[in-house]
Design a protein around this ligand. Structure first.
Ligand code: RIB
Length: 309
């Protein structure tokens, strides 16, 4: 089995399910709260591992009460945690999340110990990273660390995937040409390309621009409308799956983790995208972030039930 190396954040998700968001100065009662494991890096590592991938996760936790639970959760998923560092004096990353009745969310992040994932961390893990089939990155850690990881992957001919979330306005365009896969959502695609993205047509135009700038494969996630591809293999869309969504938190991470698992197992890009669209659709039918990610057996059942319907 090929190994996927995820370098990125972990957070403790503090999820409040609201009837509506409070106004400034207003105190409002919310019906429900849930505590769970999250963080874009951890979510991608966990979704790939739940599907059976061999995953190495490089991250930092604090020295507070959240750290042990975070590491225990990663280990319970079978993830290699030998490069998970505990940072003395730092808090673990936390993410207050508000989920609206229509299933959409608003997220605040406090990075805490995730800020301690530095370019030197890439050097420490260099041997393990060189043996990976794919390096997976997001933007919830220091940008200079992401750049160091992209440069490392390029110099060592290890395929590299960037999920540019959360969006940053000043991402170095020179690094785009070193990426094998760029997987933005619509707002990230708009920010990176500088073009308005408000339809499938405008998303294609923005993705083409990023391919012209050197990115080999751009896969844009389009929420309930599925995903599109522009790159060396042509252009296509993968339609979305209609499901009853209750909580969309972490759906993009589910897509990335699933795509990484299937592509690194040897499936072609279109097949891996089809699996990823189905996996993220399945994830929005359950509450929570990682708690909504099915394992391989549950995902297979979901797919069989959908194809039988
Ligand atoms: O993408 C969803 C994730 O964003 C949440 O798990 C939260 O922790 C933030 O990182």
């Amino acid at each position: 089995m090929s190994r996927i190396a995820v370098i990125g954040s972990n957070m403790v998700d503090l999820i409040t399910y609201v009837d509506r968001m409070p106004n400034a100065g207003e105190t409002l009662e919310a019906p429900r709260f849930a505590l769970g494991c999250g963080g874009k890096g951890a979510n991608q590592a966990v979704s790939a591992a739940r599907l059976g991938a061999d995953v190495l996760f490089i991250t930092c936790v604090g020295d507070d009460l959240f750290a042990d639970g975070t590491v225990a959760n990663l280990e319970a998923c079978g993830i290699d945690t030998c490069y998970v560092r505990r940072i003395s004096g730092a808090s673990s990353g936390v993410a207050p999340i508000f989920v609206q009745p229509d299933s959409h969310n608003s997220i605040l992040i406090i990075k805490g110990a995730n800020n301690s994932i530095r370019p030197s961390t890439i050097d420490e893990a260099a041997d393990a990273l060189r043996q990976s089939a794919l390096i997976v990155l997001q933007l919830e850690i220091a940008l200079e660390t992401v750049y160091a990881a992209i440069d490392f992957a390029s110099e060592n001919a290890v395929p590299v995937l960037l999920n540019p979330a959360p969006a940053v306005a000043d991402f170095d365009p020179a690094r785009l040409s070193k990426l094998d896969f760029l997987i933005p959502n619509e707002s990230e695609l708009a920010l990176l390309s500088g073009l308005e993205v408000s339809s499938v047509e405008t998303a294609f135009a923005a993705a083409r621009l990023l391919v012209e700038r050197g990115c080999r494969h751009v896969i844009a996630t389009l929420g309930e409308n599925g995903a599109l591809y522009v790159g060396q293999d042509g252009e296509w869309t993968v339609p979305g799956q209609r499901v009853r969504a209750v909580d969309t938190t972490g759906a993009g991470d589910a897509f990335v983790g699933c795509f990484a698992k299937f592509w690194s197992d040897g499936h072609d890009i279109r097949q891996a995208m089809q699996e990823a669209v189905a996996y993220s659709a399945c994830s929005v039918t359950a509450y929570g972030t990682q708690s909504s990610y099915p394992d391989a057996a549950a995902f297979q059942t979901f797919c069989h039930e959908r194809s039988a319907a």
